[in-house]
Design a protein around this ligand. Structure first.
Ligand code: ADP
Ligand code: MG
Length: 327
C-alpha cells in the first residue's frame, strides 16, 4: 500500500511548497482560526503546520495517513519513471510516504492529544498519547529522504522558500478570517492577525505584497448583475518581483484564466508600457453555478459559463479603477 502512496506523492508532493499547500488547506478545512507554519532549510528539512481547528479523533489518526487506492505498478523502482497519474485527495498519505511525518492532534474529546508517526513507505502508523491543545500539528521532516531521485530536483534553499512563501501568500491573501504566521529558520517572516475590516485587510495585503503596491494602488468594489469584484489594482510595474503580483480569486480560489487576463490587459491598455506588468489582488464572487472549477486537477483553472458577461464586467470595473491610478 505504501507503494501506491509514493505514486500519489509524485502528483501531490513536488517540493516543500506543495506540502505547505496541502497542510494549509487541511488546516483551513478544519476551521482553524490560527495557523502557524514553521519551516527550516526552505522546507526540505522541516515543515510544521499547527492549527487550532477541529482536531482529529484518536481512531481516525491512522486513517488520515492511509489511502485506499491500489496500484498496478509492481516495483518501487518504477516510481521514478512515472509521471502524473492523477491521484488526488490523499495528501497526507502521499507526504508521509516520502518524508518522516508526525501527526499530533486533539479533537477536544480527551484532555490530552494523540500522535501518530510514519517514516517512509514501509512503516505502519503507531499511535501514542501526546500533549496537544485542541487542533492539529503536522510535522514533516526530511522531504524525499527515501527517494533520492526526487531529492535531486529540489533547488536551493532560497528558491524552495520562495515557492513556499508564494503558496503561503496566495492562501493568506484570501483567508482574512484566519490569523497566520510563517517562520523560516526560526525567524518570523509573516505575522498576520485576523483582518475583519477593510483597513485590516489592506494592511495584510501590504504586508504580503509590499508597501509599494499598496501605496500605488486603488481599491475596487463593484457589484453588477450578480457579480462582485473587489480588491486592489496597482500601477503597472517593471520589477521582476512585482511581475508576479497578479492574484485573481474566484469564489475564494486563486486561478489563472485567459478571459480574466484578457480583460485585465485591456483595462490596463491606457497606462501600460512595453515590458510592464499589471499588479493586482482581486476577488470575483459569483454564483458557483456559473463557474466550473474542476477543469484542471490542481484547480487553478476555471471555466466561466458566461465568458462574455464576465469579461465585460471585469473590463468595465477595472478600466474605471485603472483610470484613477496616478503614476
Ligand atoms: P483530504 O484533505 O483530501 O481528505 P488529506 O490526506 O489531506 O486528504 O487528509 C486526510 C484527512 O485527515 C482529512 O480528510 C481530515 O479528515 C484529516 N485531517 C488532515 N489534516 C487535518 C487537520 N489539520 N485538522 C483536522 N483534520 C485533518
Ligand atoms: Mg487535504
Amino acid at each position: 500500500p505504501r507503494l501506491a502512496n509514493q505514486i500519489a506523492a509524485g502528483e501531490v508532493v513536488e517540493r516543500p511548497a506543495s506540502v505547505v499547500k496541502e497542510l494549509l488547506e487541511n488546516a483551513l478545512d478544519a476551521g482553524a482560526a490560527h495557523i502557524n507554519v514553521d519551516v527550516e532549510q526552505g522546507g526540505v528539512r522541516l515543515v510544521r503546520v499547527r492549527d487550532n481547528g477541529s482536531g482529529i479523533p484518536r481512531d481516525d489518526l491512522p486513517l488520515a495517513l492511509s489511502r485506499h487506492a491500489t496500484s498496478k505498478i509492481a516495483a518501487v523502482e518504477d516510481l521514478e519513471a512515472i509521471g502524473s497519474l492523477g491521484f488526488r485527495g490523499e495528501a497526507l498519505a502521499a507526504i508521509s510516504s516520502v518524508s518522516r511525518l508526525t501527526l499530533t492532534s486533539n479533537d477536544g474529546a480527551d484532555a490530552e492529544g494523540w500522535q501518530v508517526l510514519v517514516e517512509g513507505r514501509d512503516m505502519a502508523p503507531v499511535v501514542s498519547p501526546a500533549a496537544h491543545p485542541q487542533g492539529t500539528t503536522v510535522e514533516m521532516r526530511d522531504l524525499f529522504f527515501n527517494t533520492p531521485a526526487r531529492r535531486r530536483f529540489l533547488r536551493t534553499e532560497k528558491t524552495e522558500f520562495n515557492h513556499l512563501e508564494e503558496v503561503f501568500r496566495r492562501i493568506a491573501l484570501s483567508e482574512f478570517d484566519t490569523a497566520f504566521r510563517l517562520s523560516h529558520n526560526q525567524k518570523v517572516v509573516h505575522q498576520l492577525p485576523v483582518a475583519r475590516d477593510d483597513a485590516a485587510r489592506a494592511q495584510r495585503v501590504g504586508r504580503l505584497c509590499g508597501v509599494a503596491f499598496m501605496e500605488q494602488s486603488v481599491s475596487v468594489d463593484i457589484e453588477a448583475a450578480g457579480l462582485r469584484l473587489h480588491g486592489w489594482v496597482g500601477l503597472p510595474t517593471f520589477s521582476r518581483a512585482q511581475a508576479d503580483l497578479q492574484y485573481f480569486y474566484v469564489n475564494g480560489r486563486v486561478i489563472r484564466d485567459k478571459v480574466v487576463n484578457h480583460a485585465v490587459r485591456q483595462a490596463y491598455s491606457d497606462v501600460m508600457y512595453h515590458g510592464r506588468h499589471a499588479a493586482y489582488v482581486l476577488f470575483l464572487e459569483l454564483d458557483p453555478a456559473l463557474v466550473d472549477v474542476n477543469v484542471h486537477p490542481t484547480k487553478h483553472e476555471v471555466r466561466f459559463r458566461e465568458q462574455r458577461m464576465v469579461h465585460d464586467f471585469l473590463f468595465r470595473s477595472l478600466h474605471r479603477a485603472v483610470a484613477e491610478l496616478r503614476p
